[in-house]
Write a protein that binds this ligand. Structure first.
Ligand code: GAP
Length: 513
């Protein structure tokens, strides 16, 4: 199945099984805004718990905060967001659609990559086992031609994005003959800058004097509280502050479902270090964050670092952790060495000293910061994309199953009475009432056992137990394992021991030690 079709199936699966709904759907939705349903919210909470505990539970020197979404507007002036948090946009006069100029060009670069991959796939088919990809890439005329065009475009584009040079971005779009995917025309406007922050007014005055912004990142709430936390928590450098919260960006092009949203959630941690030690900590956090991702068991080959060649003016190192989605390797998390830019700016704009006094060296300095920043929704999407499977069974049926890591699954155990009579429902409820205090346990009696198993597979429930007539006699149940569909007869008293450890967030956290 084409990856595009797989992605479409994942999107509709998310809706059909109560994971993600388009926001305001009965009013035809609101672009790039989504709601999480009954299963989605559980999965999302588990992702957040895994991240939160991996930060504040496993590190003595990391604490959490929960800062307000509304902040003093000068914060966004100081951080550079008012002046520079822009995307270059371009309109097509025929379709009246708006695009990000940089995305149009990146898509064009991806087209050259696709052409190269197609040539390679064709050759691999032709030559079979004797195919030498490296040699083919180095010698095949068509591949070399595509590669040369791709590299030249990439270089020109990277150069144009410094600044950025808006006229040059437009020129690239024209020179490459990029057409609007809807109208098919090249009738483009000039490229303009578009600020991504949402604004509103605070209080009763709507004349612009009380303009405030919805935060486009949670990080600034950490920066402006760093000294409060350091002093009240008697924190010594190096130390970190973690936060999970909503962020808002008026994205010009919102695509790929929950990958790029206008309202989303971030999990950010700022780690404050002594100047001069930041690169050492940057490397450490790169490694720790990759380990966090890989502990989910999705396979190391599905992740890669994308180290930034051109850095933002305030950063001295930056990398993205990318995950292989059905639409290619995409950024899920950023690890950035942000120097002392943010803290220095807040010192300058607030007029207050927020320097750290080092009790050992008796020196005061503005700490440097390593930031780890991951989107909850992108993480959710990567988990869904990796877990969704359509399996052909021996009896010819197809089973749709979410192979979620058990610790992230919304429901851990489903308890199913074989029939709705003869005391079986009561016995099943007894099991639920006992185990629900230890992990998320659901009762389900509607439809045949087969259909109920399929429903639980589709939401990723790792364990089901069936209560039957023998249960009433010998207190045993049939325990069914989602991944293998194997079944085993076990005593009800054993259930907690068998299941609890495997579905706990602790099981994931232990892999990080
Ligand atoms: N404080 C740094 C910061 O915000 P970023 O690279 O702009 O850095 C960090 O964002 C992460 O937030 C991204 O890696 C991504 O996971 C998530 N993110 C950013 N914009 C998003 C959007 N429009 N929709 C969903 N997630 C987004």
């Amino acid at each position: 199945m084409a990856q595009e079709d797989v992605f479409k199936k994942i999107v509709s699966h998310c809706k059909e099984y109560g994971f993600v709904f388009p926001s305001s759907e009965i009013y035809d939705g609101l672009a790039a805004v989504y709601d999480y349903g009954q299963n989605g919210v559980e999965l999302k909470n588990n992702i957040k718990e895994y991240w939160w505990k991996s930060m504040v539970l496993l590190h003595e020197n990391i604490v959490g905060i929960d800062s307000a979404i509304f902040m003093h507007p000068t914060i966004w002036k100081a951080s550079g967001h008012v002046d520079a948090f822009n995307d270059p946009l371009i309109d097509n006069r025929d379709s009246k659609k708006r695009y990000r100029a940089d995305v149009l060009i990146e898509d064009q670069i991806a087209k050259y990559d696709e052409k190269i991959e197609k040539e390679i796939a064709k050759a691999r088919k032709r030559f079979g086992d004797s195919f030498d990809e490296a040699q083919f890439r180095a010698t095949n005329g068509r591949v070399l031609e595509h590669q040369q065009k791709r590299d030249a475009l990439h270089e020109r584009y990277t150069e144009a994005m410094q600044g950025p040079d808006l006229a040059e971005l437009k020129q690239i779009i024209e020179d490459e003959g990029i057409v609007d995917p809807i109208s098919g025309t090249k009738n483009w406007t000039d490229v303009r800058q578009f600020n991504l922050m949402f604004s509103t007014e605070m209080g009763s005055v709507a004349d612009g004097t009380n303009k405030i912004y919805l935060r486009p990142e949670t990080a600034q709430g950490i920066f402006v509280n760093y000294l409060n936390v350091q002093k009240t928590g008697r924190m010594k450098i190096p130390f970190g502050i973690a936060q999970i919260g909503k962020a808002f960006r008026n994205e010009i092009v919102a695509r790929q479902f929950i990958f790029r949203m206008r309202e989303f959630e971030q999990m950010e941690m700022q780690f404050f270090v002594q100047p001069g030690t930041e690169i050492e900590y940057f490397k450490k956090w790169k490694e720790l964050r990759m380990k966090w991702h890989q502990a989910l068991g999705f396979g190391a080959e599905n992740y890669r670092f994308h180290d930034h060649e051109k850095l933002a003016h305030y950063a001295n190192a930056a990398t993205d952790i990318e995950f292989k989605m059905p639409f290619g390797f995409k950024e899920v998390e950023g690890v950035h060495s942000r120097t002392n830019f943010d803290l220095s700016q807040h010192e300058k704009f607030s007029g207050r000293s927020i320097k750290y006094f080092d009790p050992q060296t008796k020196e005061s300095y503005t700490p440097y910061v390593i930031e780890t920043s991951i989107g909850v929704d992108r993480m959710f999407l990567s988990v869904m994309c990796h877990s969704y499977r359509e399996e052909q069974l021996e009896n010819g049926e197809t089973r749709v199953v979410l192979l979620l890591p058990p610790a992230l699954a919304p429901t851990k155990l489903a308890v199913l009475p074989l029939v709705k009579k003869d005391g079986l429902p009561e016995k099943a409820r007894e099991i639920v009432n006992d185990l629900k205090f230890h992990f998320n346990t659901h009762y389900d009696e509607k439809d045949t056992i087969g259909k109920r198993y399929r429903r639980q597979d589709a939401i990723g429930t790792p364990y089901c137990v069936t209560v039957d007539y023998d249960t009433l006699k010998d207190n045993t149940v049939t325990l069914r394992f989602r991944d293998t569909m194997e079944q085993e007869r076990v005593s009800i008293d054993q259930l907690r021991d068998i299941i609890e450890d495997k579905v706990s967030i602790t099981s994931l956290l232990k892999k990080l030690q």
